[in-house]
Design a binder for this molecule. Structure first.
Ligand code: ADP
Length: 171
């Protein structure tokens, strides 16, 4: 029997948006197993800690249709992406491409990773027309300024964002 096709979808997911969830569902349909890798990434100054980002991603996956979530795992990771891929036996790295502005970075990352791990293929899925403009950074900016983000993230994420941003401990 052919071996199972395992892919990883890495990101910061600070927080997970409808754009991310769309890529997760579409990627999972192409693979036997998808591991969503939540990068600990302290350098990016995430507003949600790693446990909360993982838990928000898990929550979105539990709402995907047709039991597709059973093929998806969520794991935190740090260090090199190709090492994480090796750790979970993945041969595919999934990324989402929104615009030309994403392309340069994704192309460079894919090329560097291909040099370091030639057996791991990067596959970019085009952002859906419904979600191509959504970015976690803008969602946070809008929420900070008191705007409504319910078109861009799930009600669960929106609620947590408001709680987090109204927390006096939040910088
Ligand atoms: P990173 O820090 O790796 O950029 P992100 O959480 O911002 O982490 O994004 C993870 C992946 O999801 C990236 O490949 C990014 O291009 C993609 N992505 C982000 N937003 C969207 C969206 N609205 N539609 C499709 N892909 C997206």
């Amino acid at each position: 029997m052919a071996s199972k096709k395992i892919g990883i979808y890495p990101g910061t997911f600070d927080p997970i948006t409808h754009g991310h969830t769309d890529i997760i569902g579409r990627a999972a349909r192409l693979l036997d197993r998808l591991v969503v890798g939540v990068a600990i990434n302290p350098g990016k100054g995430p507003i949600f800690d790693i446990d909360e980002r993982v838990s928000l991603v898990q929550d979105e996956i539990s709402h995907l249709e047709n039991g597709i979530g059973e093929r998806i795992d969520v794991q935190p990771f740090s260090g090199l992406l190709i090492d994480f891929a090796r750790d979970v036996n993945a041969t595919v790295i999934v990324r989402g491409l929104r615009a030309v502005s994403d392309f340069d970075y994704e192309f460079q990352m894919a090329s560097m990773n291909a040099k370091m791990a030639p057996s791991v293929e990067t596959v970019c899925l085009m952002a859906s027309d419904k979600y191509h403009f959504i970015a976690s950074s803008l969602v946070k900016e809008i929420a900070k300024l008191g705007g409504d983000v319910t078109q861009f993230v799930s009600p669960r994420v929106s609620k947590r964002l408001n709680e987090r941003l109204n927390d006096p401990k939040t910088p």
